[in-house]
Design a protein around this ligand. Sequence first.
Ligand code: CP
Length: 313
Amino acid sequence: MDHIWKKKDLLSLYDLNADEITEILDTAEEFKKVNQRNVKKVPALRGKTIVNFFVEPSTRTILSFELAEKRLSADTINISASTSSLKKGETLLDTVRNIEAMQVDLVVIRHSAPGAADFLAKNLNVGVINAGDGAHSHPTQGLLDIFTMREKKGSIKGLNVSIIGDILHGRVARSNIWGLLKLGANVTICGPRTLVPREFEQIGVRVCDKIQDALEGADVVNMLRIQQERQEGGFFPSTAEYSKYFALNKRTIKYLSPDALIMHPGPINRGVELDSEIADGPQSVILEQVTNGLAVRMGVLYLITGFLNNEKK
Ligand code: CP
């Protein structure tokens, strides 16, 4: 079967067109069926070696990639910054060149520096998948969010999606915005002015200052984490002040339709951007996002290795 996907890397949803995004979502739908079977393993990536190189912490993404690789029968190796020679002063490129010299097929990289995955992709022959680079991009998170919206709501076109929280430092926000706009959604962003760049208006995103305005009429609300590790600039007076104006809780949920989905990429700061009773309530699809992430990553790995196989012929 001839695929639309013709890329050795997945770096950002900004780089993809609607057909490429849709092919990933459709492929993931098939892998979701595999994950629901009694035997959840297929031989699609047998003989392939994938290195998961996580220089920044992760729970969901690293486990999801590793499990996706295993379900596709690939051989996988995980390395972290603390156990690699980055600790001895080796450059990122030298480290990954050495990994490449061992004839691996794909590197999945998470790094705190925006552009780290792009840099490696330009300088390596192996495929590179961006598992989150600083505040820039987290394409598989964007894809799993969009997959969940499409599965629950039927279509992305015309869907009203509000993204609330730290947009400035939000690689999940950027990935959602790029992907959703390409598929025809109406996107609203909301949060303190210091964390919501007005420039997004220029690409067709609605910006609002009040959570009530972002919640009313939304089909989906994606609550983002306040990234304490990226808040050195004092972007808001205190966490309590942030929660008072921008949390989804018992007081603010009354503005949201009972049919609207509540999403969060995790990890949740419970009681800060999202109260526990909402995170665990009937409108929340947060754990379904995690389930879907596995299928989406299987889809991405399958399409990229398929392209690399054809290139070698
Ligand atoms: N959503 C997400 O990227 O979570 P982790 O940081 O745990 O991978």
